[in-house]
Ligand binder design. Sequence first.
Ligand code: NAD
Length: 356
Amino acid sequence: MKIAVLPGDGIGTEIVAEAVKVLKVLELPLEMENALVGGAAYEAHGHPLPETTLKLAKESDAILFGAVGDWKYDKLDRPLRPEQAILGLRKNLGLFANFRPAICYEQLVGASSLKPELIAGLDILIIRELTGDIYFGQPRGRRTAVDGHFPGAEEAFDTMRYSKPEIERIAHVAFQAARKRNKKVTSVDKANVLETFQFWKDVVTEVHAQYPDVELQHMYVDNAAMQLVKAPKAFDVVVTGNMFGDILSDEASMLTGSIGMLPSASLNSSNQGLYEPSHGSAPDIAGKGIANPLATILSAAMMLRFSLNQEAAALRIETAVQKVLQQGLRTADIFSEGTTKVSTVQMGDAVVKALG
Ligand code: NAD
């Protein structure tokens, strides 16, 4: 089982090191190979996604990814910015389905900004379409950009588009995921304003005919943003486009206390996947040894489950994470009175120990 390990920038290197440490003690036949990506790759090779990194990613069964980006690259022309690496990997590997579970661990109920009764027992799954929408449309302005900005320009625009097959395949993923859960899908759109999302709604409704056992609800994105903080437990599976999914999944992540807790998986049609924490490279805390590595460790568990078919090992990691939380160990982002503050490395060590 070959894994491409791409730590990236900022806290990426710190948190991926902890996930690799955990994977190594599982005694599975995992072959792990590191490569540069993002700002680190730009510094070394002049491109955020060098050919060698892309080749390694393509020939691996799964990719364990940290995070990319730093404010110091904001002046770069957009195609050279670190964030383009992740878009390039998604596009080149056809990683169209992004799974972001938002689970509230019992031990962290107090870390959420919402009332405990609203989030205790929360377990929702946001499925975000990842290779279409406005993020992959035609951006106007690239040709005229100077240092990534548009001095003197009068306008800029990006194009929102979705094709029928793109919507169909993500809708199937959502209905199939719901079948294994509470059998309810909320499709989030903006059909009242955007043609693209009226089309989205029509296609999702059409696909739903094949899943009569699953309940389908349509919701406008502004209402969904509101309902997520009002009554989050009313959701089961949420499916939406790339941009709305980007925003709603971050919102959902905060319901659980910290973005440092949330894993994600991005899969293609052959279950090859990229696994990464839902958060970014957190330049504000990079190098301080205080980042929460649990989202990345839990992403490694998702990798074992979805791409490497190692359900038992995945469960072993998830149970170990529960155990360290039960022991009261907390990185700074989830720390509260009465718990023990630990560093990134100490948290990784504790998970290794809890694996038994
Ligand atoms: P961010 O997710 O990096 O950070 C947001 C806030 O959450 C910060 O205060 C940060 O300290 C905190 N945080 C994030 N992860 C944490 C962790 N594991 N433990 C503790 N605290 C954590 O988002 P941002 O600040 O908006 O973006 C920073 C950079 O990351 C930008 O360059 C952005 O483009 C990039 N980014 C990359 C990805 C990716 O690689 N997939 C995703 C989002 C943002």
